[in-house]
Design a protein around this ligand. Structure first.
Ligand code: E4P
Length: 217
């Protein structure tokens, strides 16, 4: 399973990259605003900075909601850097834009996926990634992980190439359960990735090894 980090914070992206397990980055307009990155030019420059830190795919979201606007924005984003994947919302004009980009060989991430039907349409339109929001579904008492399983079954039935990018991941169990189901990618906060490393028995065991070493030296 590929590990993406869901942030526009350069320090956190660098820390995840230095850990050696990072495969890419997802951003969205809210994450950009959280870092105080505003204005078209600053946002584009920020995408380039992110691409220079990581080796993998970097999702950059369009803010237009009409077909022509999305295509214009997406073309410009794709030209920014070879690692950019154009992030398109799951709306009617978004589906047309996915097809347009797919036909041109521009990679896409279809975002705001909350149902199997939406994931099926995105795959048929040629999306490179689909982003089902599992934490967002859990928030409204709907099983987000079940959606990952259902999409996975449907994609397997027809050998779709679209990769399932489990988004809105909030904690370690989301990551572990996505891995058990076989999601292609997960995107979550740095804290959820680092929390996978921790185990009290590891700490206790290491402490004992080091204490025993000191006794003998
Ligand atoms: C995915 O690419 C999105 O940025 C994301 O995971 C949003 O999650 P949230 O709605 O839980 O913040």
């Amino acid at each position: 399973m590929k590990f993406f980090i869901d942030t526009a914070n350069l320090d956190q992206i660098k820390e995840a990259q230095d850990l050696g397990v990072l495969d890419g980055v997802t951003t969205n307009p809210s994450l950009m605003a959280k870092e105080g990155i505003t204005g078209h030019k600053n946002i584009l420059n920020h995408y380039i900075k992110i691409c220079e830190i990581v080796d993998g795919d970097v999702s950059a979201e369009v803010i237009s909601t009409d077909f022509d606007g999305m295509v214009k924005e997406g073309n410009a984003l794709a030209k920014l850097h070879p690692q950019i994947v154009v992030k398109i919302p799951m709306i009617l004009d978004g589906v047309k834009a996915l097809r347009n980009f797919s036909d041109k060989g521009i990679r896409t991430n279809c975002t705001l996926i909350f149902s199997v039907g939406q994931a099926l349409i995105a795959a048929k339109a040629g999306a490179t990634y689909v982003s089902p929001f599992i934490g967002g579904l859990d928030d409204i008492s709907t099983d987000g992980l079940n959606l990952i399983s259902e999409i996975s079954n449907v994609y397997d039935n027809y050998n779709f190439n679209t990769q399932i990018l489990a988004a809105s991941v909030r904690h370690t169990m989301h990551i572990i359960d996505c891995a058990k189901i076989g999601a292609d990618v997960m995107t979550g906060p740095l804290s959820s990735i680092k929390a996978l490393i921790k185990h009290p028995l590891t700490d206790i065991g290491l402490e004992k090894f080091l204490a025993d070493y000191k006794k003998g030296n």
